[in-house]
Design a protein around this ligand. Sequence first.
Ligand SMILES: *[C@@H]1O[C@H](CO)[C@@H](O)[C@H](O)[C@H]1NC(C)=O
Ligand SMILES: *[C@@H]1O[C@H](CO)[C@@H](O)[C@H](O)[C@H]1NC(C)=O
Ligand SMILES: *[C@@H]1O[C@H](CO)[C@@H](O)[C@H](O)[C@H]1NC(C)=O
Ligand SMILES: *[C@@H]1O[C@H](CO)[C@@H](O)[C@H](O)[C@H]1NC(C)=O
Ligand SMILES: *[C@@H]1O[C@H](CO)[C@@H](O)[C@H](O)[C@H]1NC(C)=O
Ligand SMILES: *[C@@H]1O[C@H](CO)[C@@H](O)[C@H](O)[C@H]1NC(C)=O
Ligand SMILES: *[C@@H]1O[C@H](CO)[C@@H](O)[C@H](O)[C@H]1NC(C)=O
Length: 487
Amino acid sequence: MSSILSTCINLLLLLSSAYAFNHPGLLVSEADITRIQNKLSAHADPWQASWDKLVSLDNSQSTYVNHAVAGVYRNTANGVKANAELLWHDAAAAFNLALRWKIERNATYAEAASNILGAWGRKLKEFDVGDDEYLTAGLQGYQLVNAAELLRDHAPFESSGNATAFSTMFEKTFLYKNLFFLNHKAPSEHNVRHFFANWELCNMASAMAFGIYTDNATLFDFAVEYFKTGEGNGAVNNGISNLVSEPGTGTIMGQPQEAGRDQGHTGLDFQLFGVVAQQAWNQGKDLYGYNSSRVLLGAEYYARYNLGNDVPFEPYTNGIVSYTTVSPASRGAHRPTWELLYAHYVQIKGLEAPWTELYKNYTTKAMGGFEGGAGSWGEGSGHYDGLGWGSLLHHLDVGDVDAVSSNSSASNSATLSTPSTTSSNKSLVAQTSAYVTTSVPASATTSVLPRSSKSSQKSTVSASTTLQSVLEAKPLPTRVSHMCTRS
Ligand SMILES: *[C@@H]1O[C@H](CO)[C@@H](O)[C@H](O)[C@H]1NC(C)=O
Ligand SMILES: *[C@@H]1O[C@H](CO)[C@@H](O)[C@H](O)[C@H]1NC(C)=O
Ligand SMILES: *[C@@H]1O[C@H](CO)[C@@H](O)[C@H](O)[C@H]1NC(C)=O
Ligand SMILES: *[C@@H]1O[C@H](CO)[C@@H](O)[C@H](O)[C@H]1NC(C)=O
Ligand SMILES: *[C@@H]1O[C@H](CO)[C@@H](O)[C@H](O)[C@H]1NC(C)=O
Ligand SMILES: *[C@@H]1O[C@H](CO)[C@@H](O)[C@H](O)[C@H]1NC(C)=O
Ligand SMILES: *[C@@H]1O[C@H](CO)[C@@H](O)[C@H](O)[C@H]1NC(C)=O
C-alpha cells in the first residue's frame, strides 16, 4: 500500500516536473532582453543601429492597424486573390511590438501586439487549398508564437481574451497543419522526401514554438525527435544530406539537401535550422551540437560556396528531382541568419567556423551594417520567412558570452539536459592558418562574384531581387503536385 502510494507520488512528481519550460524561451530569452537593454543604455552598436531601424518602421508603432482576414492565400487560385502579405506584415508587427514591450516596458506596445494576435485569433479560418498552406502554417506559425511568447508577462493579453482567441485559432489551423504535414498525411507525401527541407523545417519550428509557449512537452519532444530522426528532409541528417571533404583541407562539410536546387532556398534552410536550434537551446536542448554539429557542417559548406569558392558535390536524388552539381542560382543571396549561427558556434561553443564568420560579415555589410528584420529590408515572401534582427537579438561582445551560456542552459528545468558547452572543443573544424590565407577571399563582397562570366551575370542581380524571384516562382497546379517539387 505505502509502496504503491509512494510510487504514485513519485510518478506525479515526475510528470509535473518533467518539463519546466523557460519563458520567454523561443528565439529570445530574458537574458537576451537584459543584454539588449544594457547595450541600448550604452548606445552601443550594432544593437543601437538595429534598434533605431526597428522603432522607425510602420510595423513597430502602437498605432499599427491589423489586417486580419478569414483566409490567407499565397497564390491566386480558385477565384481568390493572393493576400498572404497581410499576415506576413502582421506577424512581423506583432513581433516587433512585443519586442518593444519587453525592451522598453511600455504597455502600449504590448496592447498593440495583443490586439494583432487577438484579431487573427478571432478571424482566421483557412489557408490556400493546396500544398502552399503548409508554408503559411510553418513560416508564419513560428513567427506568431514568437510574438505571443513575449507577451506572457503582459497580464491583459490573457485577461482580455486575446491570448485564448489566439491559441484556440492556432491549434485548429496552424498547429493542425504543422502536425498533419510532419506526419506525412498530405497526398503529395506518398514520397516522404517529396518536400524540400525548408517546408518541414518551418513546420517543425512552428510546432516546437507552440509546444514551448503552451508548456506542452509532448509537442516539444515531437519536434526535437523529428529534427533528430524524422523521415523527411527537415530532419537534420536529411536536410544536410551528405558529408563531403573541403578541397585543400579535408575538413568535413555538410552538403545541404537543397544545394543542387538553388542557393536562395538553401539559405532559407539555415535560417530555419537556426530557429529550430535556438528555440530548443533556450529550453536546454542542444540541437546545434547534434551529430557533430551537423547544422554547422552545412552552414560552412553553404557559406564557402556562396562566397565564390568551389565545393564538392555528391549526386543527390529524392526519386523526383536529381542533381549532379551544386546550383549557382541565387548564389550570394543574403538573409538575416548568420549573427545567430556565428554567436552560437564560435562565441558560445568556441568552435571554429571561418566561412560562417565571413558570411556573417558579408551579410551584415550587405544589409547596411546590421541584420535587418521583417519589414526593414524589402518586400516579398523571402523577406518575411524569418523575423530577423540578428544584430540586435544575438550579436555578442566577448564579455557577453558567459551570461548567455549560463542563462540559456535551462536553469529552472532540472530534468532537461543541459547544453554541452564544448567551449574548448576546437576539433570540429580543423583549421590551419594556411587554409585561411589561401582560401578565404580578401573581401567577402567581391568574392561573391562567381568565377564563370555566365554565372557572374546572375550574381550581379541584387541579392534580394534574386531571392525574391526565386521564392515567388509560381507553383504548379495542385493536381500534379505529387509529380513535382516546389518551394
Ligand atoms: C541571468 O539570470 C540571472 C538569474 O535568473 C539574472 O539575475 C541575470 O540578470 C541574468 N543575466 C543576464 C545577462 O540576463
Ligand atoms: C509609451 O508609448 C506610447 C506610444 O508610443 C507613447 O505615447 C508614450 O509616451 C509611452 N509612454 C512612456 C511612459 O514612455
Ligand atoms: C483583445 O484585447 C482588446 C483590448 O486590448 C479587446 O478590445 C479585444 O476585445 C480583445 N479580444 C478578444 C478576442 O477578447
Ligand atoms: C499537447 O499537444 C498535443 C498535440 O496537439 C495534444 O494532443 C495534447 O492534448 C496537448 N497536451 C496538453 C497537455 O495540452
Ligand atoms: C550522423 O551522421 C551519420 C552520417 O550521415 C549517420 O550515419 C548517423 O546515423 C548520424 N547519427 C545520428 C545520431 O544522427
Ligand atoms: C569535440 O567534438 C567532437 C565532434 O563533435 C566530439 O566527438 C568530441 O567528443 C568533443 N570533445 C569534447 C571534449 O567535448
Ligand atoms: C568580420 O568582421 C569583424 C568586425 O568587422 C572583424 O573584426 C573580423 O576580422 C571579420 N572577420 C573576418 C574573417 O574577416
